[in-house]
Design a protein around this ligand. Structure first.
Ligand code: G4P
Length: 293
């Protein structure tokens, strides 16, 4: 992870930070026709900040399920149906490889079809549609902007000595994207949500004890995707064991032993968290939408 990003992720969201972020978003909201709310496709619920409803007001909104490459495609499809049922347009992307990003202009034109029609009626059919990307830290906002813009456009302002004002990036289809994403603060009122955010690197994992986080993740895996444990760590998770004991089993299978021959839980915890982050446990969603009616 680049230093700058590490620092950004490390921001603790104090009221002062939230006020500044809110102000920045508010200032830019007046300039845009629509907002893209970027979520992590593995945790669409936990990576949402419900304050966005108030911040975006009645601006048309496109939900982007990013990191779709790491999420279970069936679960992502269910989430999209869930959002559709609630009147929200959605798109799934893998901003890292660029997959899905090409569909962004078309999705935005559909979202803004009424506005386009009104503009056409006023003889302003050529007017650009302006859009802001919004989301909590580390969900892939900058990567998405870069992928949509092409690398060259995104790097231009990074040269030393180039001061940048607000800039707009042209996309095909008469759309302009604000080059600076709006950063929403992660919101967690329960331990489950906090853990989901830590597991996906949206909040610094250090907020939680690493071993406790990994142990809890093991339990979650045993409950929802035991086959992922079997495939990756080569053991069947016993139903009576706690998360630490499952980490011990995994450590033994990996040969992570201390000099005294005891399983090295700390090393196993780091390995599990890193391997999940890297997609090595397979495409694994942590949250499914509430059952469709
Ligand atoms: P942000 O602006 O919302 O804060 O997020 P940013 O674009 O900086 O992305 C955070 C990390 O997530 C980056 O990895 C980026 O490559 C990765 N990422 C973004 N979109 C996707 C995606 O769709 N799929 C996958 N697999 N990764 C994505 P990084 O800087 O290398 O950090 P990390 O991967 O170690 O977290």
């Amino acid at each position: 992870m680049k230093e700058q990003e590490r620092e950004r992720t490390a921001i603790q969201w104090y009221p002062g930070h939230m006020t500044r972020a809110r102000r920045m978003i508010g200032e830019n909201m007046g300039l845009v026709d629509a907002v893209c709310e970027v979520l992590d496709a593995r945790i669409p619920d936990s990576s949402r900040n419900p304050d966005i409803d108030a911040l975006a007001g009645d601006k048309p909104r496109l939900v982007i399920l990013n990191r779709a490459d790491l999420a279970d495609p069936d679960v992502t499809a269910r989430w999209r149906r869930y959002f559709t049922a609630r009147g929200l347009a959605s798109l799934e992307t893998d901003a890292k490889s660029g997959r899905g990003v090409k569909q962004l202009p078309k999705a935005l034109r559909e979202l803004l079809s009424e506005r386009l029609q009104r503009l056409a009626e006023k003889g302003q059919a050529g007017k650009m549609l302006r859009v802001m990307i919004l989301g909590i830290p580390n969900v892939g906002k900058s990567t998405l902007i870069n992928a949509a813009a092409g690398r060259r456009a995104a790097q231009a302002g990074d040269k030393p000595g180039v001061t940048r004002g607000r800039q707009w990036i042209s996309l095909p289809g008469g759309i302009e994207l604000l080059d600076t994403p709006g950063i929403l603060w992660p919101k967690f009122e329960s331990r489950e949500v906090g853990e989901a955010l830590a597991l996906t690197n949206a909040i610094k994992a250090e907020v939680f004890d690493r071993e406790a986080l990994a142990a809890s993740f093991m339990l979650r895996l045993r409950e929802t995707r035991p086959e992922a444990i079997e495939a990756r760590y080569k053991f069947t998770p016993a139903p009576e064991k706690n998360g630490y004991e499952l980490l011990e089993d995994a450590a033994r299978r990996r040969g992570f032993l201390s000099s005294g021959g005891e399983p090295d839980i700390g090393r196993m915890a780091e390995t599990l968290l890193r391997e999940y982050h890297g997609g090595l446990l397979g495409r694994l969603s942590l949250e499914a939408p509430p059952e469709e009616a």
